[in-house]
Design a protein around this ligand. Structure first.
Ligand SMILES: Cc1cc2nc3c(=O)[nH]c(=O)nc-3n(C[C@H](O)[C@H](O)[C@H](O)COP(=O)(O)OP(=O)(O)OC[C@H]3O[C@@H](n4cnc5c(N)ncnc54)[C@H](O)[C@@H]3O)c2cc1C
Length: 486
């Protein structure tokens, strides 16, 4: 049997997942090389230790335990032997249930977290949620175009208050993005499909079939039974890429750190030549790229005339986010109603320098320092609004961002004391934005690759989902498809 060679570009969670699923096929079947350009694996997943046992996250901080792609990560965690390290949060836990928004004149407002919201009128809504929900099945489905913004979809189906107080802040929390630009089809595909298939989201939720994508595993069954909402690991999310690296090494994969790919050329024989930062050229049967699409576009040789592919890849925008990890001494620093909560988001129609605040201590108190009581928070800033608020990412100083973050915490949470720890991490171009038309762009990109028979598969957050679960799932799918290719 011909031993197929695969090169995976990028050692973030997408690339590591694809390489791991490929390597599990057996070294005699697939030869797997992974190139990571930076000096560490994990990409945006970056857990780091602060003093005395405290753990902070510079990127993602929790994974969802449900949803169509969550089962893949849970099954991977089982296989990697990470179960003992899991920190699950059940959906009944206050840190899963209690989420707030911040409105300038009203302060912190609890978002719907139980059945009473359906029957009672509660701030910020002008009527019980049930009235919007009952009307939804009677709203006509869209007949215009194949895609629309999340905001326009929600305005049509559920009204302005849903769009302003629930969906707008949610988009800032997940994508650091603007719900009036983001695509419903690409960002919330399930909602889009429910309307397409059933004419209504509510009808579809009641009568539709459950998504079949979910990968079954005993850990997923446990998560379902115990009603997990989100989870992390004892040493932070970094445990997942670390375990993948260890397992990949034992499976015989060749992992290269600090070795960027600098050029990709496709040969007439249907192979791919990969030039690396050390000037060497390697030939492989297939390349799986998990790089941000813009970075991949730079690698495609202009002499090979893939101009349309290059410009489509370059056209997927992404935003900068400033992550400000803050620790205060003591546990009495927060307003009482906020102590047991996931955090709050500030809707885009409110004047504020921040996107929101994650109450890290409530979610994962195990990550607090062990020597004395403390409170850990993370302030998220920028996203789609980064340049408008702070100017160019190159010229914004970390000190300036830190002072704006602490000012927001003073004003919005009433915290007057100085922090015992504060670190600003500016993550450049870290969250791709799936604007209206993104899915059509992906179809054009994939059709081009197919029509030219390029030995290239695209994964990573630029394409089919930004959550870690999506990255793992589509990494697995890519490895399976490549293994099946002749
Ligand atoms: C601040 C923040 C908070 C988030 N919070 C959450 C959360 O709570 N939950 C959640 O599920 N998701 C969250 N996300 C999203 C999620 O973390 C990312 O979408 C995901 O980690 C992306 O993984 P990836 O492997 O696709 O890309 P990346 O992590 O970007 O990995 C790509 C890798 O490619 C490498 N690379 C680049 N160029 C080259 C080259 N030429 N050659 C070789 N290597 C190269 C890079 O160094 C990098 O390691 C968050 C993201 C951010 C930024």
């Amino acid at each position: 049997m011909h031993r197929k060679s695969i090169v995976v570009l990028g050692g973030g969670i997408s690339g590591l997942s694809a390489a791991w699923y490929a390597a599990k096929q057996g070294a005699e079947r697939l030869q797997v090389v992974l190139l990571e350009g930076s000096s560490s694996f994990g990409g945006w997943i970056k857990s780091y230790d602060i003093h005395n046992g405290g753990v902070m996250e510079a990127g993602p901080r929790s994974l969802r335990a449900s949803g169509p792609t969550a089962g893949t990560t849970l099954s991977m965690i089982s296989e990697l032997g990470l179960e003992a390290s899991l920190l699950p949060i059940q959906s009944s836990h206050p840190a899963a249930k209690n989420r707030f928004i911040y409105l300038n004149k009203k302060g912190l407002i609890l978002l719907p977290n139980g059945p009473s919201w359906f029957f009672q009128t509660k701030v910020p809504f002008s009527r019980p949620l049930l009235s919007s929900v009952l009307r939804e099945p009677f709203q006509p489905a869209s007949t215009e175009g194949d895609d629309e913004s999340i905001r326009s979809f929600v305005l049509r189906r559920l009204g302005k208050e849903f769009a302003d107080y629930l969906i707008d802040p949610m988009c800032r929390g997940i994508f650091a993005g603007d719900s009036s630009k983001l695509s419903i089809k690409s960002c919330f595909r399930q909602l889009y499909d429910l309307e397409k298939d059933h004419g209504s989201v509510i009808k579809g939720m009641i009568f539709g079939k459950r998504n079949k994508e979910v990968l079954q595993s005993s850990l997923r069954d446990k998560a379902l039974k115990e009603k997990w909402s989100i989870y992390s690991f004892k040493q932070g999310l970094g445990e997942l890429p670390n375990a993948l690296v260890k397992s990949l090494e034992s499976l015989g994969a060749d992992l290269k750190l600090s070795l960027p790919c600098t050029k990709l050329e496709f040969t007439a024989a249907g192979q791919v030549q990969i030039t690396t930062g050390d000037g060497k050229v390697t030939t492989a049967d297939h390349v799986i790229s998990s790089l941000p699409s813009k970075d991949l576009a730079q690698l495609l040789s202009p002499s090979q005339h893939h101009q349309s592919l290059r410009s489509e890849l370059t056209a997927v925008p992404s935003v900068n986010v400033a992550v400000v990890n803050v620790e205060y001494t003591g546990q009495n620093v927060l307003p009482p109603q906020f102590v047991q909560s996931f955090g709050y988001l500030v809707p885009s129609h409110q004047k504020s320098n921040i996107l929101g605040v994650v109450n890290d201590s409530a979610t994962f108190p195990q990550h607090n320092r062990t020597d004395q009581p403390s409170t850990r928070l993370t302030v998220m800033m920028g996203g789609e609004w980064f340049e408008d608020l702070f100017g160019s990412v190159e010229s914004t100083s970390e000190d300036h961002l830190a002072s704006l973050a602490l000012e927001a915490l003073r004003e919005q949470l009433g915290i007057s004391q100085d922090p015992s720890y504060c670190k600003v991490i500016v993550q450049r171009a870290c969250i791709p934005q799936y604007f209206v038309g993104h899915s059509a762009r992906l179809e054009r990109i994939r059709e081009y690759i197919r029509s030219q028979s390029l030995p290239l598969t695209l994964i990573g957050s630029s394409y089919d989902g930004v959550s870690v679960n999506d990255c793992v799932h589509f990494g697995m799918r890519a490895a399976q498809c490549v293994a099946e290719l002749r």
